[in-house]
Unconditional design. Structure first.
Length: 85
């Protein structure tokens, strides 16, 4: 009788571990296969000094009909002077 109870306990433990491991592996595969989702603010490239700036904090200017974003007023001024010619 003791052997039968011991065997049933082993079978229950086996299926419980199997279920937990299967669930963990499925979660791992789903996370690994999912494309990376980055949260944050949109960045734009400053054409003068080639640095990235958060779009909301950038200085914007219209140069030759094109709307450009700069990291500072100084970069915007230098870019305008260089492309004024």
């Amino acid at each position: 009788m003791r052997s039968l109870i011991f065997f049933i306990a082993l079978v229950v433990i086996y299926y419980a571990l199997k279920s937990v491991l299967r669930s963990a592996m499925k979660t791992y595969r789903d996370e690994r296969d999912a494309p990376a989702k980055l949260k944050g603010e949109e960045m734009v490239l400053d054409p003068e000094c080639r640095t990235y700036v958060v779009r909301d904090r950038a200085t914007t200017r219209r140069v030759q009909g094109q709307l450009l974003s700069f990291c500072s007023e100084d970069c915007a001024r230098r870019y305008e002077e260089r492309h004024r010619r």
